[in-house]
Design a protein around this ligand. Sequence first.
Ligand code: GTS
Length: 228
Amino acid sequence: MHLNQDQRAHTSLLYNLSYTMAPYTITYFAIKGRCGALKILLADQSQTLKEKLVTFDEWAKGDLKSSCVFGQLPKFEDGDLVLFQSTAMMRHLGRKHGAYGKNDSEAAHIDMMYDGVEDLRTKYIKLIYQEYETGKEAFIKDLPNHLSKFEAFMAKNKSGFLVGDKVSFADYNLFDLLLNLKVLCSTCLDTFPTLKKFVDTMSARPKIKALLESEDFKKLPINGNGKQ
Ligand code: GTS
């Protein structure tokens, strides 16, 4: 992530939101970014989370950065277990909370779909941070080519989830990315009935609904440069 003046101004506050009995801690910038899906998963699984929100000024000092395995956030703590890489965090939580399929073949398909979502997320992040002004129109034009793959896969599985008959960490990841893409292009799901229904159904799950409507979640911008 490249930091500019706008980004620094955007996250000039240091938040430290804690909830009692939180088993998990996340350290990250004051954005939804790569932690949106993780927060949705934890909320839906009735888990509490302690959040340490880091300002870019704090980050620029370098101490925290040098303590991170890859020099980047988010950092995730589950007791003594410390993880970097948001994808590893999601897999860990999927395993722990029964959101990783009911057998090896479901787990393999969940991995496959999760990685597919990450491929699209990578393109989205590149657009946001590197090509927003020049690439937005082309990205939106190309979006159906990507969304159609998820639509087709999910439509074959009649449960309303990507794999099996239970929500998985890949569903939370897809849901989070679709919410972001809808902000970028409000009509992007109009030709994808299965994905549209999926977003509506996930949004209506009571604990996810409560999270999405909470001030703590709503006040965080999606991305660190104010673009969305
Ligand atoms: N693959 C990593 C993950 O998924 O956790 C990427 C982490 C990453 O790129 N972190 C960025 C960062 O720490 C912030 S963000 O892209 O998630 O918003 N940037 C600051 C830096 O110094 O690199």
